[in-house]
Design a protein around this ligand. Structure first.
Ligand SMILES: [Zn+2]
Length: 326
């Protein structure tokens, strides 16, 4: 059985293999799904067929639009990541012996009943060391997803993260892992972004205060901070809590020329009247105080490519007049 430190290190290796600025939720979501199975006491190995539906649902909800189509890649590639990979494949020899590039397609994984799961020594550690499973799950969330989505992912998986503090052995390593994975956040980012947009949601204009303090208003990163997005105004949007979450889910993005809010075709609102969410589609955001503070095209491009759920709804040009800041 591996020690807690060895297990944390094995999962950290996946992060090291990822290129900066590239956001791929496949592997972390598969790992989180597998952790939830272990927590429920299910067998170590599982056939692709048995997790296909929940994996597809997770990638549809929390990944970009292209993600569900390639959902079988991590099931295969997590094991071929290199020495000490925290993933184990089982199936007919002629399939498992394939060269690295020859990934089986969805049909082949089903047909050959390919199974996968954590290797025995990691699986045992996750089941027996108190707090280790929760610590690995927490690291996965912190390393790969913005905080706005953590609770939703955990709820979708039915994961219970209570007990992460029980991890004594390897606690220091767990802490190091977190520190290394997380870039320091600039505490002034929120203030600067909210000020730039004059303390209101740049989509809906929400500007509630409790006394002098803005309430329910957040500074969103356009390119996510944990994927290399900088803490600068041109990478920020002032959003109410609802629009922050919808933005991080890829429900809408902002296009780079006239800064119009563009909703995804996947987003469907029941109320199509003036109160409905779609009233914001095609409208320019409330502009920041100064043109120098407008969202930068490179960050908007990152968001559209990595987070936004394409295809976009059609923008009718008549709505294109940008709204003034005042
Ligand atoms: Zn809003």
């Amino acid at each position: 059985m591996k020690t807690a430190i060895e297990v944390l290190d094995a999962f950290d290796n996946i992060r090291r293999a990822q290129r900066a600025g590239v956001y791929a939720p496949h592997k972390p979501l598969l790992i989180l799904l597998a952790l939830a199975r272990v927590q429920r006491g299910e067998p170590r190995l599982v056939e692709f067929e048995a997790i296909d539906a929940p994996l597809k649902q997770l990638l549809t909800e929390f990944g970009p639009s292209s993600a569900p189509k390639s959902r079988h890649y991590p099931f295969w590639h997590l094991a071929t990541d290199g020495q000490g990979a925290p993933w184990d494949l089982s199936g007919p020899r002629e399939v498992l012996k394939r060269p690295a590039g020859a990934t089986p397609n969805l049909g082949e994984l089903r047909e050959h009943h390919i199974k996968a799961g954590f290797p025995v020594d990691i699986d045992e550690a996750l089941r027996h060391i108190p707090g280790l499973l929760q610590a690995v799950a927490s690291r996965m969330l912190e390393t790969y997803f913005p905080a706005t989505l953590h609770a939703d992912i955990v709820a979708t998986l039915g994961l219970d993260l209570d007990g992460a503090n029980e991890l004594r052995e390897g606690a220091t390593a767990a802490l190091d892992y977190t520190t290394a994975a997380r870039r320091k956040r600039d505490p002034g980012f929120r203030d600067r972004v909210l000020r730039a947009y004059e303390y209101r949601c740049c989509v809906c204009g929400f500007d509630l205060r409790i006394g002098h303090m803005p309430a329910g208003l957040e500074a969103a990163h356009i390119q996510w901070h944990h994927v290399g997005g900088p803490d600068i105004e041109t990478n920020g949007l002032s959003l109410c809590a609802l629009h922050h979450k919808l933005f991080d889910l890829g429900v809408f993005t902002v296009e780079p020329t006239q800064h119009r809010v563009v909703f995804s075709q996947h987003a469907v609102s029941g109320s199509r009247g003036i109160a409905g969410e779609m009233q914001f589609h095609g409208r320019a955001i409330h502009a920041p105080q100064h043109v120098d503070l407008l969202p930068a095209p490179e960050f908007l491009a990152w968001n559209t490519k990595n987070v936004f759920k394409t295809p976009a709804r059609l923008v009718v040009e008549a709505n294109a007049t940008p709204r003034a800041a005042h």
